[in-house]
Design a protein around this ligand. Structure first.
Ligand code: PMP
Length: 420
């Protein structure tokens, strides 16, 4: 067989961990086991019918051709209106690009700006595609681990200490996947104060979970608090999470015209503009009735509370209540060093996650995949029964551990994989 030689850039990355966790769970299920999967990273609702109808109408009207490389003017105008209406920000269409998902916005931004060895600060726990997209574009991800006690948020001092002359970007993802952390107005103000001292550092503000929030507080946008940062900030958002449109592959970025222009060139020479039909659907979604978003957030909140209630009763696990997104990030470090009923010593979070899957039929994603070992991520995008059964299995798994040795032995040094 002819050997496949990977490019240097492809060799630096691997399959996204939740895809890998899902694949393992499905392999186990195929062998006849019942597996509860709390790994999902996408809404389980269908796209609202009126958004589908807008797509059908676009097809019927012949919107089946290439569009402008940065997206149709209609969509970019709808995005501009959304940013003004919901965020109080003024972005003309020339400062907006539509891409094939929020992920693609980020990819285009790094492809357009990173030079070999440029550093990108990635607070951990992180969405694993952040460091992977830095690496594939020749950058160097600089991980900033956060603490549960700090709500999994970086502090101004941490940011200050991490910035070097090679730092190009800081990634801020609020609400965060996987921790659900939301930066407060005061915290954003304090980070902005640090950033002001380093005018060479740009901010990639990933707001994809903007609407999936449980804290009921009104939040001031970073760029309202610090409008002077607008000329070096890229806002990333999309249709996937608010409108349950993950399969439509449509997202957008808003930023300085020069950056948007450079990203448009990258896009024009790689994928071209996103699907004309998805663009029409997103324009309709942004302009239409937003009650679907409110209803789905209310459903996520109920499931979050159900999961948190169950977790509270499990001795040995600790977590902060997520303020947004649809995950709970659980600290299981107290269980490292415990022994399973069949005599296996848990040397790290990946051993614990394997034990949950193979011992108790519960699939979750390990913290190492998010750059913060000693944890795992539970998704509450699952039906009530799955959450209840998942919590029951988790409690049974923890109760069955022998913990005389827990945390008394040095856990195996768990590396944070840049990509897996
Ligand atoms: N940012 C974060 C933090 C995410 O979790 C995701 C999806 N998992 C995305 C961006 C991208 O979503 P999409 O490409 O579907 O818009």
């Amino acid at each position: 067989m002819t050997e496949l030689i990977l490019s240097d850039r492809a060799a630096r990355i691997g399959l996204a961990p939740n895809a890998a966790a899902k694949a393992r769970a499905q392999a186990l299920a195929a062998s006849g086991r019942t597996v509860i999967e709390l790994t999902s990273g996408e809404p389980d609702f269908d796209t609202p019918d009126w958004i589908k109808q807008a797509a059908i109408a676009a097809l019927a009207a012949g919107e089946t051709k290439y569009t402008a490389q940065a997206g149709t003017l209609e969509l970019r105008t709808a995005i501009s209106e959304k940013l003004a209406r919901e965020n109080g920000l003024a972005y003309p269409a020339a400062q907006i690009i539509a891409c094939g998902g929020g992920k693609h916005v980020i990819y285009n931004a790094f492809a357009a700006t990173l030079r070999s060895g440029d550093e990108v600060i990635v607070p951990a726990p992180y969405w694993q595609s952040f460091p992977a997209m830095v690496s594939i574009n020749d950058g160097t991800p600089v991980t900033l681990p956060t603490l549960r006690e700090a709500g999994y948020k970086i502090t101004p001092a941490q940011l200050d200490a991490a910035i070097t002359a090679r730092t190009r970007w800081l990634i801020l993802n609020t609400p965060s996947n996987p921790s659900g952390a939301v930066y407060t107005t005061d915290e954003l103000t304090a980070l902005a104060d640090v950033l002001r001292r380093y005018p060479h550092v740009w901010v990639l503000l990933d707001e994809i979970y903007e609407h999936i929030r449980f804290d009921d507080e009104s939040r001031t946008h970073l760029l309202t608090l610090a409008p002077d940062l607008a000329d070096r900030t890229l806002i990333v958002n999309g249709a996937s999470k608010p409108f349950a449109m993950t399969g439509w592959r449509i997202g957008y970025g808003a930023g300085p015209a020069a950056l948007i222009g450079a990203m448009t060139i990258v896009q024009s020479q790689s994928t071209s503009a996103p699907s004309s039909v998805s663009q029409a659907a997103l324009a309709a979604a942004l302009r239409g009735d937003q009650s679907f978003v409110r209803r789905s957030v209310a459903a996520y909140r109920e499931r979050r509370d159900l999961l948190l209630d169950g977790l509270r009763g499990i001795d040995g696990l600790q977590c902060a209540a997520p303020q947004g997104a649809f995950f709970v990030f659980v600290d299981c470090s107290a269980l490292i060093g415990a022994t399973t009923p069949d005599g296996k010593l848990l040397l790290g979070n990946t051993d614990f996650v394997d034990y949950l899957l193979f011992g108790h039929g519960l699939a979750v994603v390990d913290g190492t995949s998010f750059g913060l070992p000693g944890h795992f991520r539970l998704s509450f995008v699952a039906d009530r029964d799955a959450i209840i059964e998942g919590v029951r299995r988790l409690a049974a798994a923890v109760a069955a551990l022998s913990r005389d040795t827990a945390n008394t032995r040095a856990p195996r040094a768990e590396t944070t994989e840049a990509a897996s």
